[in-house]
Write a protein that binds this ligand. Sequence first.
Ligand SMILES: NC(=[NH2+])NCCC[C@H](N)C(=O)O
Ligand SMILES: [Mn+2]
Ligand SMILES: [Mn+2]
Length: 298
Amino acid sequence: MNRQISLIGVPMDLGQNRRGVDMGPSAIRYAGVVERLKKLNYAIEDLGDIEIPNPGKRPEDKGLKNLHEVSEGNIRLTEIVDETVEKGHFPLVLGGDHSIAIGSLAGIAKHAESLGVIWYDAHGDLNTGETSPSGNIHGMPLAVSLGLGDEKLTQIGHYAPKIRPENIVIVGARSLDDGEKELIKEKGINVYTMHEVDRLGMTKVMNDTIQYLKDRTDHVHLSLDLDGLDPQDAPGVGTPVVGGLSFRESHLAMEMLAEADIITSAEFVEVNPILDEKNKTASVAVDLMGSLFGEKLL
Ligand SMILES: NC(=[NH2+])NCCC[C@H](N)C(=O)O
Ligand SMILES: [Mn+2]
Ligand SMILES: [Mn+2]
């Protein structure tokens, strides 16, 4: 694992409807992320939070809520992530809602020949303006990164697509909209739904994921939406879905990724302290980061 980590806070809450997720980065810092990673002998540079524009009074652009502001915020994130990778640091992005994956991926993808993505999430986030039931951009970042959707999003970084469909692995899915299901079939996107996780067990799911991505990619981004976990373990999220991945399964997944040493960038998103119970979800996020970066009991 790269020993130099740059923390990038993204107080974005305009990709969805519930206020409070903009405080995610500070909740994660308060839960001790810097100290935790320092203990594991990483050099941490906290770049602070990037600036997110205030929501304007623009009419909703083609059904995409706050399109302009989400685009602007992601343009800034793209630049910082790009610079971070350029100087050889590991970008660790703290959200903020999941729309920020658009900027993370735009900043990383230009440095990779073949970028892999592990999308740890209850949702597919594969909607476009046409298929979205909500108009919330946090339900669209993976589609955007495939080059699908509004140009204000797909053209961030001035190139598209950022990823190839066969390089995506979704883990933990249990809520997919009709348009997302069609896209998954059409593009042949790999999905381990909760059904597969239950059937195969997390060990096999992660072994297969790791082997698959090792064979075909040179960089792997982990995009971890805290709602991938069960709401019992991670209650502080805006779009909880029952029947999710447990705390233990998630730890195991992170530990296996650490062992395989394939992750080159990561983001932890959708931590909403207003909906949380005593910062539990932020603490879980920091626990998972500990495991991802190699923490062991013995
Ligand atoms: N990143 C998330 N939490 N996404 C939730 C998306 C929910 C729903 N599929 C939508 O598009 O509105
Ligand atoms: Mn989600
Ligand atoms: Mn998500």
